[in-house]
Design a protein around this ligand. Structure first.
Ligand code: R1P
Length: 272
């Protein structure tokens, strides 16, 4: 993904917006509702943006929404891209590069994830403390473009401690239960087997999903601060004796909608 290609998208977006965004949001399955809260929104369908992929998954609308949210200038991805859709990890993470070039300094990534930690329950929100890349590949593989970031980016504090502390404080004030844990990124699209879930727990995971990790690697490469929030949409396979479905994922995200919106909007108000 060359710098010129990123610039093409950035130039196109800049033509339609007045103020550059400083906070970027990636909204996970069923969580796109947050973008509906943006005031005086400018909506740009992905298909209109040069070099942007197109969302193919239910619950991912497929547009950038740019405007003000609780006093902050934000750009939200209402719909993200996943490796299992057939996109390369460079394509999956291209929007993060575009956000950075638009002026974003802080990225808030959200997702729907399966709970592996048995103390969690469906409907919990989880602050991501760290991640495990279990995708077998990395979006930074290939020649490194120096203007985009270093060859070997440091990942020792991928999820910013200051932002995490703000999130915890806000959750406490709003009386919203906020779990904490490690997100494991698998490729999907098949959900995990019970044996895989047991293995993922042993290697240190608290929740599992099919996104986020590549976006955060690229965000760190680009020098962005990252905050990550998972919505535990179901318990992963084998923890409860019931099959998994994307419908259930969507239903649960709908149920936590109010807490999710309150939490993220108040965090944005504090960090703007
Ligand atoms: C599976 O139900 C889908 O929900 C999650 C998984 O990664 C997968 O795409 O979506 P997000 O991670 O985009 O929230």
């Amino acid at each position: 993904m060359t710098y010129e290609k990123i610039k093409e998208a950035v130039d196109y977006i800049k033509e339609t917006i007045n103020v550059p965004p400083s906070i970027g949001l990636i909204l996970g399955s069923g969580l796109g509702i947050l973008a509906d809260e943006i005031e005086s929104p400018i909506k740009i369908p992905y298909e209109d943006i040069p070099n942007f992929p197109i969302s193919t998954v239910e619950g991912h609308a497929g547009q950038l929404v740019i405007g003000k949210l609780n006093g902050a200038n934000v750009v939200a991805m209402q719909g993200r891209f996943h490796f299992y859709e057939g996109y390369s990890l460079k394509e999956v993470t291209y929007p993060v590069r575009v956000m950075k070039e638009l002026g974003v300094q802080t990225l808030i990534v959200t997702n729907a994830a399966g709970g592996i930690n048995e103390s969690f329950e469906a409907g919990d929100l989880m602050l991501i403390t760290d991640h495990i890349n279990n995708m077998g590949t990395n979006p930074l593989i290939g020649p490194n473009e120096g203007e985009l970031g270093p060859r070997f980016p440091d990942m020792s504090e991928s999820y910013d401690t200051v932002l995490r502390n703000i999130a915890k404080k806000v959750a406490n004030e709003l009386n919203i239960k906020l779990q904490e844990g490690v997100y494991i990124g698998n490729t999907g699209p098949s959900y995990e087997t019970p044996a895989e879930v047991r293995a993922l727990r042993i290697i240190g995971g608290d929740a599992v999903g099919m996104s986020t990790v590549p976006e955060v690697i690229v965000a760190k490469h680009a020098g962005l601060k990252v905050l990550g929030i998972s919505c535990i949409s179901n318990m992963a396979a084998g923890i409860l004796n019931q099959p998994l479905s994307h419908d259930e994922v969507m239903e649960t995200t709908e149920k936590v909608r109010e807490n999710f919106l309150k939490l993220v909007k108040t965090i944005i108000e504090r960090i703007r």
